[in-house]
Design a protein around this ligand. Structure first.
Ligand code: PLP
Length: 401
């Protein structure tokens, strides 16, 4: 490993992305802060997941679904023209090429299969812009489950096309009229609804947030990104392991899945947040949605609204494991503005013929800035997870360009 950044060098190379400690703790974060009935329901999910995850039958069935339905493995694409311009060697892990267009399908197929194994007949989910809702509706249809998706009323209005997609896939979409009528409220409402339906329904949470076992379980379902990339890097990269592994962070699932594949290597891990949704960078300790983590808060400790041009990064907190990795110095978290992300999306489109999701464009914007500013030494090898494709963002982009 060449000498690159003045990062904290004494990082633990092993064990940082294994199982959480007792009661779902990652350092001082995590836990299961939920009403009694949900604590019991979470315990059942944990038990079922533990059994399933060591069962070759379950693992095989999931691997097969990921292959024949979601299109895995996804390629590792060298970004040749952009690399040359930036003076680094950039490789893209192409989650944008999965069925439904983002990494979210990895998690929902895992949870839907688990729900079916637990004898549940319905999935409950929250959604912001609709991406996780569409993925959940897709997995439910595939496995013959029902799906009920909670979505803030404002998002229902703003994302009419995704609402239609979910309904076309057979899901019920429930508009949430409380609070700011966006993702935070939809999540609260979905959890409240689950309280009365734990017997026949599984709560299919969309990121590495929420009560234990979700942060751990969702990371394990997304680990396929990092594991595949690790093998592909070993075959493709001059250095075998990339110098940097970079991913955008909303709740943090695509980043956690990516990092998990490289946690025991010398790769520097970088999570890129939206300037207006920077839970890991600027959040303070708090409890929300069943978990202790870092959240954007006002002086009274009220969780504040996040703002990002990328709907998937518009969450005021970050998963507990990311908070822990930050404290350890094992991963570093940085922020990128809306304008930088839009610029990066256009640049990728024009140099590589790939239109990225605006979420993924945040990760690229940091790579571009860091390569230009010396944070990424010339010649570094960089693995970046391209979490999703940009089709959903073209109307946003059209108004800006
Ligand atoms: C939802 C989403 C994200 C953010 O979610 P994480 O849990 O942080 O991965 C990032 N990219 C895309 C394309 C998304 O749809």
């Amino acid at each position: 490993m060449r000498d690159v950044l003045p990062w904290r060098e004494q990082v633990p190379l092993d064990g940082t992305m294994g199982e959480p400690r007792a009661r779902g703790r990652f350092g001082e974060y995590g836990g299961r802060y939920a009403p009694e009935s949900l604590v019991e329901a979470c315990r059942e999910v944990e038990e079922a997941f533990r059994e399933a995850w060591v069962d070759p039958g379950f693992r095989g069935a999931l691997a097969r679904l990921l292959a024949v339905h979601a299109g895995r493995p996804t390629p590792l694409t060298p970004a040749r023209r952009l690399s040359e311009a930036l003076g680094v060697q950039l490789y893209l892990k192409r989650e944008d090429l999965t069925h439904t267009g983002s990494h979210k399908i990895n998690n929902v197929l895992g949870q839907a299969l688990l729900a079916a194994r637990m004898g549940r007949r319905r999935l409950i989910a929250e959604t912001g812009a609709g991406q996780h809702g569409v993925a959940t509706a897709t997995a439910a249809a595939l496995l013959g489950l029902e799906a009920t998706v909670f979505m803030g009323e404002r998002d229902v209005e703003r994302q009419a096309l995704n609402v239609f997609r979910m309904r076309m896939l057979g899901a019920e979409v429930v508009p949430v009229t409380t609070g700011s009528r966006t993702l935070k409220d939809a999540t609260s409402e979905a959890m409240r609804h689950w309280v009365g339906a734990t017997g026949d329904s599984h709560y299919c949470l969309g990121s590495v947030v929420g009560p234990d076992p979700y942060p751990w379980m969702v990371r394990e379902f997304q680990r396929v990104i990092g594991d595949e990339a690790r093998g592909q890097c070993a075959a493709e990269l001059r250095t075998g392991v990339p110098d940097y592994a970079v991913a955008c962070v909303g709740g943090g699932s695509n980043a956690a899945g990516t990092f998990a594949g490289f946690a025991d290597t010398p790769a520097r891990l970088v999570g890129v947040e939206a300037e207006g949704g920077a839970g890991a960078t600027r959040g303070r300790l708090g409890v929300m949605h069943g978990c202790r983590s870092l959240f954007l808060q006002d002086d009274d400790g009220q969780i504040t609204q996040a703002h990002s041009i990328a709907a998937g990064l518009d969450y005021p907190g970050v998963g507990p494991e990311h908070a822990h990795l930050r404290d350890l110095g094992r991963a570093r978290y940085v922020t990128v503005t809306d304008d930088e992300a839009v610029g990066a999306a256009v640049r990728l489109a024009r140099t590589e013929g790939i239109v990225p999701a605006l979420e993924s464009a945040h990760a690229l914007a940091w790579v571009i800035r860091a390569a230009g500013g010396g944070d990424l030494p010339a010649g570094s090898t960089v693995l970046m997870t391209l979490s999703g494709r940009g089709d959903k963002d073209v109307s946003t982009m059209k108004e800006l360009l």
